[in-house]
Design a protein around this ligand. Structure first.
Ligand code: IMP
Length: 352
């Protein structure tokens, strides 16, 4: 029996999941971190001792020495990009990656043709994709005509490949805690109501069981990561958008809200508690990590929050930040246990 902790995004991606995974791995002395969905469309940013690390395909646990990282069969891989990313991590002093990164041989491979198809589709049916070939690669997978690592002739990744990540995970000694890091967020899940303005994988906690290859888990703990305002990169439903206002500009600038993969400016909107409630329900979230509170603190103006009733309430940071936590807890039924006040590891408050 293992202890499973699944960390997922509750909004539209870019909730600061990596920053939380990094803190959690340190704090709980975690030795195993697993990616279970998506691919290089993700951009995970961490700042440790003034050094900025960005991962895309590699689980962000890798920056912690001694942590083993796994890429489960629910993920898609661009071999060249993954190798380049590994090299960048090595250049930043991250060591022993060969022994610490294991990739499931059933992961599907993103080809140049997938990337071209993604770029072409964006011209006629734009969803604002990251143009990493994600949708064409998953399409081929489900049409049963994709190429897995196992079936490919690509040898450069051989030293990282294991037949079955799930099997490796199940053989970890009993009672060990395993962390599963989600990519993107609940609103971008392929089965979200906002289809087709979504990504092509499942971004919610139940998929950690399938996408990691572990299978059914007993009582996983699910921690959802959210921000006190919203950002969105692609097209689609965004009722609380404040795009075009000076305040949106200010939040984007202070919060550095630009895509880690694409560099695109993220659209800004107010926190939507109806969506957050649904995301907590879909994920089975019991604890929330609320990040980027420092952004609203630094701006120092009242911000709005959309209640499930459809009404807005204003909240002034930092004085009423605790009131916002209570409001979130009241509507989602989950505890806002972690409260982030800066990108650095130590800038996190644990609320008991
Ligand atoms: P794709 O995943 O590149 O196919 O893009 C599909 C949609 O998901 C687009 O709206 C993207 O902007 C969005 N998306 C994909 N990955 C991320 C992410 O890591 N953060 C935020 N949005 C993302």
């Amino acid at each position: 029996m293992h202890k499973h902790t699944i960390i997922v995004g509750l909004q539209h991606g870019d909730e600061a999941k990596a920053r939380f995974v990094d803190w959690y791995v340190q704090e709980h002395k975690i030795k195993h971190v697993v990616r279970f969905n998506g691919g290089p469309n993700a951009g995970h940013t961490m700042v440790v001792n003034g050094v900025k690390y960005v991962t895309h395909g590699v689980p962000c646990g890798i920056i912690n020495p001694g942590v083993k990282c796994y890429i489960g069969p629910g993920c898609v891989i661009n071999p060249q990009k993954l190798l380049a990313e590994i090299q960048e991590l090595k250049d930043l002093g991250i060591s022993n990656i060969e022994a610490r990164l294991k990739i499931d041989s059933r992961c599907h491979i993103i080809t140049e043709e997938h990337i071209q198809r993604d770029i072409e589709t964006e011209k006629t049916n734009p969803v604002g994709s990251t143009k990493q070939g994600i949708a064409p690669c998953y399409s081929d997978k489900y049409a049963r005509k994709g190429t897995t690592i196992l079936n490919s002739k690509i040898r450069e990744l051989d030293r990282y490949i294991v037949g079955n990540v799930g099997e490796v995970l199940r053989n970890i000694p009993n009672y060990t805690e395993i962390v599963y890091e989600g990519a993107q967020g609940a609103m971008l899940d392929i089965d979200s109501h906002d289809y087709p303005n979504v990504t092509s994988s499942h971004c919610t906690a139940p998929y950690a069981m399938i996408g990691s290859g572990y299978g059914m888990m007993q009582n996983p703990k699910v921690i959802g990561v959210a921000k006190p305002y919203l950002t969105k990169v692609g097209t689609g439903y965004f009722p609380t958008s404040i795009e075009g206002t000076p305040l949106a500009e200010e939040i984007r600038a202070v919060g550095k809200e630009y895509g880690a993969t694409t560099g695109r400016p993220r659209k800004i909107g107010w926190l939507n508690l109806k969506e957050l409630k649904l995301a907590c329900r879909l994920n089975g979230v019991t604890e929330i990590a609320l990040f980027k509170n420092d952004v609203l603190r630094d701006i120092g103006k009242p911000v709005q929050v959309l209640l499930p009733s459809g009404e807005y309430v204003s909240v002034r940071y930092p004085m009423e930040a605790t009131a916002l936590c209570f409001l979130i807890e009241e509507h989602t039924g989950a505890k806002v246990k972690y409260f982030g006040v800066g990108p650095e590891r130590e800038k996190l408050i644990v609320r008991e």
